[in-house]
Design a protein around this ligand. Structure first.
Ligand code: ADP
Length: 399
């Protein structure tokens, strides 16, 4: 059975066609520059590619081109779009409305669109893509929506509320939502399986470290706290996002720089983080290249990242009253031995000890990197959000 997984933004539509018999990706690509001009880059599992400029005035033309590419020409992988059994969509913000994967109806799309107030960059684009997809695919092809926030809906009020007047939670829904839920859910389940344990019996700190990063306390398979908040800006320092900052520093800077709320949002989301502090790059690899050249601001950036991750692991072990395993995932977590070593050094007081030589050799593979006498295990677990979206979609349509 084939499932198409779609991750749509305002100007792009990333996709993977997954064969659920064996969970293999048979083609993937990106329809880019929607609403600007348009380009598709497409690759099949057996190495055939297509790179083509095309007109994508809206998401509808992008979906039409995607179907055409999958079914005709040199990089086709299926004969007819009827071979696609269902479509699964990644949605950023489900707020308190969606706590699980849901079948798409017109009402669901409208609700996702209404939540655009809470995720202006993403949700409206998701709604546009969902409507376009419904137009292009036959009405009997089921579609499911999988929310980044859904896994975190188990976080209790004492953890998701901010210390602001309660009426702003009621009126404007300002609270912690958390993101990367699909990734934290996927890697937690994969870890439990690798450890040979029932997820209900273990306490995990899951560190998803990429361009955007978040850390989640997963107790008994449920998210009980996470580092991102009302938006993906909160938590640890990221590629271009500041992470947590005293709100008074924000109002102070807004006055000093004479910034509008949008200017400030741009400053904190696009100009801060590794890029802002290091003045070198938003990319972890380039930070380490600069460190090896003796750049002190790059060193400071790397030190801040490790320190902040360490603090979250400690505080989450405290709220769970224990820790069985730490997960490293995402581009940095899966690949950067330096970050993993920096985070896990001097943590033996709380039972974390890694095999530093082994750690240096692990990249992008499922592997335990803690020593046999480490009380809490430390694992590198590659994430696969698309696969979880496909699995969820399959489970929903099989019901
Ligand atoms: P996104 O959040 O956009 O999905 P990724 O999960 O792909 O991002 O992570 C991107 C980050 O991973 C970048 O900072 C990049 O430098 C880092 N990264 C990727 N490969 C490596 C590597 N081999 N060594 C160190 N860092 C890496």
């Amino acid at each position: 059975m084939l499932i198409l997984v779609v991750n749509a933004g305002s100007s792009s539509l990333k996709y993977q066609l997954i064969d659920m018999d064996g969970e293999k990706v048979i083609a993937k690509g990106n329809c880019d520059r929607i609403g600007i001009d348009g380009h598709i880059s497409h690759k099949t599992a057996d190495g055939r590619t297509l790179d083509q400029d095309c007109a994508f005035p809206t998401h509808t033309e992008a979906f039409e081109k995607l179907v055409e590419t999958l079914t005709t020409g040199d990089a086709a992988v299926i004969k007819d779009m009827s071979e696609i059994s269902a479509v699964g969509h990644r949605i950023v913000q489900g707020a308190e409305v969606f706590s699980q994967t849901t079948l798409v109806t017109d009402e669901v799309i409208d609700k996702i669109d209404e939540l655009a107030d809470l995720a202006p960059v993403h949700n409206h684009a998701h709604a546009l893509a969902l409507r376009a997809c419904k137009k292009v695919f036959a009405a009997d092809v089921p579609q499911a929506v999988v929310f980044d926030t859904a896994f975190h809906q188990t976080i209790p009020p004492k953890a998701y509320m901010y210390g602001i007047p309660y009426e702003d939670y009621e009126k404007y829904h300002v609270r912690k939502y958390g993101f990367h839920g699909t990734s934290h859910r996927f890697v937690s389940a994969a870890l439990a399986q690798a450890m040979g344990k029932d997820i209900k019996d273990i306490k995990i700190v899951s560190c998803h470290l990429g361009n955007g990063s978040s850390i989640t306390a997963v107790e008994g398979g449920k998210s009980i706290d996470t580092s991102m908040g009302f938006t993906p800006l909160d938590g640890i320092i990221m590629g271009t996002r500041s992470g947590s900052i005293d709100a008074s520093a924000v109002t102070f800077l807004a006055k000093k720089h004479n910034m509008t709320p949008d200017d400030m949002s741009n400053y904190l989301n696009k100009k801060s983080g590794f890029l802002g502090v290091s003045e070198v790059s938003s990319d972890n690899r380039e930070i380490y290249t600069a460190i090896h050249e003796g750049n002190e601001k790059a060193q400071l950036t790397a030190d801040m990242l490790r320190y902040e991750i360490k603090k979250f692991i400690g505080s989450y072990a405290a709220i769970m009253n224990g820790l069985d395993a730490v997960i490293f995932t995402g581009g940095i977590g899966e690949n950067s031995w330096e970050v993993r070593e920096g985070v896990c050094s001097n943590m033996d007081f709380m039972g974390i000890k890694i095999d530093t030589e082994l750690n240096k050799t692990v990249r992008g593979e499922l592997k335990k990197i803690s020593t046999p006498d480490s009380k809490a295990e430390v694992w590198v677990v590659p994430t696969n959000e698309e696969l979880l979206i496909a699995r969820d979609t399959l489970a929903l349509i099989s019901k």
